[in-house]
Write a protein that binds this ligand. Structure first.
Ligand SMILES: Nc1ncnc2c1ncn2[C@@H]1O[C@H](COP(=O)(O)OP(=O)(O)OP(=O)(O)O)[C@@H](O)[C@H]1O
Length: 692
C-alpha cells in the first residue's frame, strides 16, 4: 500500500492530496473552535429558574467546553473513508456525504454538516472492519500520519481491488512502535478488527476477554466504555459506569485514556475501594484469605444474617384510644415465615413486617365496624407495641458487627458454617484474638468483602449500567460477587489472563468466574495478537506457560522491530547491583521509559544503589516524563504496566518471593512481559529451570 510523505515539490501544489487534507484539518480545527465558542457564549440566566438547575447546567457546559478542547497531541482526525455509495444509515452523522473523516469526536461546520465523524458512529465502523474480502461499501480507506501535531503523511488502501493482497499498515506499525512516555494512550486510530468486535459488542451482554500480555485487553475495555457511552449516553448517564483495576498505580496509569476520548464521567476504583465499609489494617494468611474469599462464605453469611429471626411467643397488642387490638402470635409467625420464604432483602422484609402487622390490626378494626384509612395503618405500624414486636422477631442487622461476630465467636461461626466449612477452615478464618468492636478490629481486605456481602443481604446494592473489570484473574469468588452486585441490572466487560493470576485463589476457569459474577451466560472471547512485547521476548516468557497455564496459547507479536533482548549472568550477588545500575544507565541513553523490575524484597537495596549512582527514579504510577524516565517497580505492582526498556533483576528472587512456585513463575511471567522494545535480564543466581 502506498504511503505518501510530503516533499517540498508536492507541498507547494494546491491539488496535492496532502495539502488538501491539511486544509481540511485546518478547517475542522476552526469549526471545532467555533463550536466551543458557541458553548462558551451560552447565557443560562434566562433559562434557569433556580440555582440548583444553574449549577447543573453550568457543570454540563464546563464539561462540554472541556470535551471540545482541541488536544495538541490528539489529532482531530486520523482516517478517512470513501464510500462507493453513501451508506444507508449515514443520514444522521454523514448527511448523505460519501466521504467521512474519522476522529475522536464529532465536528460540524456552521451549517451543521459533519467535518469529522466520531469514531464510534456506525459510519465509522468500516474503518476498523472493512477488508478487501469484505469492503462494507468502502472504496478507499485512508490513514493519516502526524508528527508533532502536523499532518505529515497518508496511506491508502484500495478495497475494491479484491485481487491485491492485504498488507500491514506502515502507520499502524509506526503507532505500535512509538516509544512510550507518560500515561497510557488511546488506540482509536488503530483498533484491530477482533478488538473492534469486543469494543462494539452490545450493551445487553457481558463479554469476557482472555488475552495474553499486551493483546490490548485494557485498551479494549476502556474503548468499550467510551463506545457504550456514545451509543447509550442517556441510559448510562443515569446508571453510571465504572472501571475496576487492581491497584492505585494502575488506575493512575490508565486514567487519562477516557478523558482523551472525551469521556470525563467514568468512575475508577479498585475492588478494595468498592467494599471500603471499614478501615483495613490487617492481613490474612493465604489459607484464611482463601477460605474467606470462597463462595461458600456467601451461604454462611446468609444464614448468619437471618439467624436473629425468632418466632413470636406473645401476641401483639395495640392500644388505640379506649380500644385494644390483639394480633395472636401464630398470625405474626405466619407472616414472618412467609417473609423468610420470599426472595427479598433482609432489610426490606424488616420494613415490611410492621406494615403487615398493622394490616392485621386494620382487618380487625374493619371487622369491628370501623373505617380506618392508610394513615391509620401507618400510625399502627409506628405504634410502640408493633415496633417492639418487630425488634424482637426481626432484629436489625449491622453487617460489620455480624462479620465481627462470625470471626470472633467459634460457636456462632460453627452454627452457620455447619456442613459448609470444615473445622480446619473454620479455625483458619477465626481471629486469633477476638476483636472488641468494629472500630478496633484489625479488618483485612477479605473481611471487607464479607461485610459487603452481608450489607447486600440486608439492603440491595445499587447497580450501575456497565462495569469494566480489568486484571480479573486475581479476584476471589467473593470479590467477583462484590463486583457482580454492582452490575446486576447492567452488563460487564471482564478482562484477564489466567496465566497472570498471582493470588492463591486466582481464577482457573472463566466460566466459574462468570458464574460468581452473576453473568453465567457471558461470551468468552480470546485475543492472541500481542501489541506490546517483541517476538523474541514473548517467546522467552512463553517458556513458562506449560508450568503456569498449560491450556493457554502463546501470544503472537505484531511488532516488526526485533527489539533488544539479553539475558546476562553476573559473577556473584555482590556484582548484581552494579550490573543493574549499568543496565539502567545504558537504557537511559535511548528513547522512552525504563522500568527496573525486581522482587519486592530487593527494592530497598536497588533504590539505594540507584541513589548512590545518581540516578533518580519514580515509583509505579508516577508519570514518566522526558526528564524522569526510570521507574523502580516492585514485581507485585508490575501487572498491567509497560515500559520501553525493562531491566529485570534476579528472576529467581521474584519466584521465591511468592508463597508457592506456580505463583512465583506467574509473577515472573508478568515481569517478563512488560517490555515494549527491550528486555535485559540480569541474574547472579541460576535461572528458574522452567525458563531453561
Ligand atoms: N490496536 C492497537 N493499536 C495500537 N496499539 C495497541 C493496540 N492494541 C493494544 N495496543 C497497545 O499495546 C499495549 C498493550 O495493551 P494493553 O495494556 O491494553 O494490553 P493488556 O492485554 O491489557 O496487557 P496485560 O495483560 O499485560 O495487562 C498498549 O501500549 C496498547 O496501547
Amino acid at each position: 500500500m502506498p504511503a505518501h510523505a510530503p516533499d517540498q515539490q508536492s507541498d507547494s501544489r494546491h491539488d496535492d492530496p496532502l495539502t488538501r487534507e491539511r486544509a481540511h484539518l485546518a478547517a475542522s480545527r476552526a469549526a471545532l473552535r467555533a463550536m466551543r465558542e458557541d458553548v462558551e457564549a451560552l447565557d443560562i440566566k434566562d433559562v434557569t429558574a433556580n440555582w440548583v438547575n444553574a449549577e447543573v447546567l453550568n457543570r454540563q457546559i464546563e464539561e462540554r467546553i472541556t470535551a471540545l478542547a482541541d488536544l495538541a497531541h490528539a489529532p482531530l482526525f486520523f482516517g478517512r473513508l470513501d464510500y462507493e455509495e453513501a451508506p444507508a444509515d449515514a443520514t444522521g452523522e454523514g448527511g448523505g456525504e460519501e466521504r467521512f473523516y474519522i476522529g475522536r469526536r464529532h465536528v460540524h461546520d456552521a451549517h451543521g454538516d459533519p467535518m469529522v465523524v466520531d469514531w464510534r458512529a456506525p459510519v465509522s465502523q468500516p474503518f476498523y472492519r472493512a477488508s478487501k474480502k469484505e469492503p462494507l461499501g468502502v472504496g478507499r480507506r485512508r490513514r493519516f500520519g502526524y508528527t508533532g501535531g502536523e499532518l505529515t503523511a497518508y496511506e491508502d488502501e484500495d478495497l475494491t481491488d479484491a485481487s491485491g493482497t492485504e498488507r500491514a499498515s506502515a502507520l499502524l506499525q509506526a503507532e505500535i512502535e512509538r516509544p512510550r512516555v507518560g500515561p497510557m494512550r488511546d488506540i482509536v486510530a488503530t483498533i484491530q478488527p477482533e478488538q473492534d468486535e469486543i469494543v462494539r459488542a452490545g450493551i445487553g451482554g457481558t463479554v469476557c476477554v482472555q488475552g495474553a500480555p499486551g493483546t490490548g485487553k485494557t485498551a479494549v475495555g476502556l474503548h468499550r466504555v467510551a463506545y457504550l457511552l456514545y451509543a447509550h449516553r442517556e441510559r448510562l448517564a443515569r446508571t453510571g459506569t465504572l472501571v475496576v483495576g487492581p491497584n492505585r498505580s494502575f488506575l493512575r496509569y490508565i486514567e487519562q485514556v477516557l478523558p482523551a476520548l472525551g469521556e470525563l464521567n467514568v468512575a475508577q476504583a479498585t475492588v478494595d475501594d468498592l467494599v471500603a465499609h471499614v478501615e483495613v489494617r490487617g492481613t490474612d494468611s493465604a489459607e484464611a484469605a482463601t477460605v474467606k474469599g470462597d463462595a461458600r462464605m456467601a451461604e454462611v453469611l446468609r444464614r448468619a444474617v437471618r439467624s436473629g429471626v425468632t418466632m413470636p411467643v406473645d401476641p401483639v397488642v395495640v392500644v388505640r384510644g379506649s380500644r385494644r387490638w390483639r394480633v395472636p402470635a401464630y398470625e405474626v409467625e405466619e407472616t414472618v415465615r412467609e417473609l423468610l420464604a420470599r426472595d427479598i432483602r433482609y432489610g426490606a422484609a424488616r420494613e415490611a413486617l410492621p406494615q403487615r402487622i398493622a394490616h392485621a390490626v386494620l382487618v380487625r378494626m374493619e371487622q369491628a365496624g370501623e373505617a380506618p384509612d392508610d394513615r391509620v395503618q401507618d400510625a399502627v405500624a409506628r405504634n410502640p407495641a408493633v415496633k417492639a414486636a418487630v425488634k424482637a422477631v426481626w432484629p436489625a442487622v449491622d453487617p460489620a458487627k455480624l462479620v465481627l461476630r462470625l470471626l470472633s465467636e467459634p460457636e456462632f461461626l460453627a452454627e452457620h458454617a455447619a456442613g459448609l466449612l470444615t473445622e480446619d477452615e473454620q479455625r483458619a478464618v477465626l481471629w486469633a484474638k477476638p476483636a472488641r468492636s468494629v472500630r478496633t478490629a484489625k479488618w483485612s481486605a477479605a473481611d471487607a468483602v464479607l461485610i459487603d456481602e452481608a450489607a447486600d443481604l440486608v439492603q440491595r446494592t445499587p447497580s450501575l449500567g456497565h462495569v469494566v473489570l480489568d486484571e480479573a484473574q486475581d479476584l476471589s469468588p467473593m470479590q467477583y460477587r462484590a463486583v457482580g452486585r454492582r452490575c446486576t441490572t447492567g452488563s460487564a466487560t471482564v478482562l484477564g489472563d489466567i496465566a497472570q493470576g498471582t493470588t492463591p485463589w486466582a481464577t482457573a476457569s472463566w466460566r466459574e468466574a462468570l458464574a460468581h459474577l452473576g453473568k453465567p451466560d457471558a461470551a468468552v472471547e480470546e485475543l492472541t495478537q500481542g501489541f506490546r512485547v517483541p517476538r523474541e521476548v514473548i517467546a522467552y516468557a512463553s517458556r513458562l506457560l506449560p508450568a503456569i497455564a498449560p491450556g493457554l496459547s502463546e501470544a503472537t507479536s505484531v511488532r516488526e522491530a526485533a527489539g533488544d533482548f539479553a539475558v546476562r549472568a553476573v559473577a556473584g550477588p555482590d556484582a548484581l547491583d552494579d550490573a543493574v545500575v549499568a543496565a539502567c544507565r545504558a537504557a537511559l541513553r535511548r528513547e522512552g521509559s525504563i522500568g527496573l523490575i525486581a522482587a519486592d524484597a530487593r527494592i530497598p537495596a536497588l533504590a539505594t544503589a540507584l541513589a548512590d549512582a545518581g540516578l533518580p527514579h519514580l515509583a509505579p504510577g508516577e508519570e514518566t516524563t522526558a526528564d524522569a524516565r526510570l521507574t523502580l517497580v516492585p514485581a507485585s505492582l508490575a501487572k498491567g504496566l509497560e515500559y520501553d526498556h525493562v531491566v529485570l533483576d534476579e528472576p529467581t528472587a521474584i519466584v521465591t518471593g511468592e508463597p508457592d512456585e506456580r505463583t512465583g513463575l506467574r509473577r515472573l511471567y508478568v515481569a517478563l512481559t512488560r517490555a515494549v522494545s527491550g528486555l535485559t535480564v540480569l541474574h547472579a543466581q541460576p535461572l528458574p529451570t522452567a525458563l531453561g
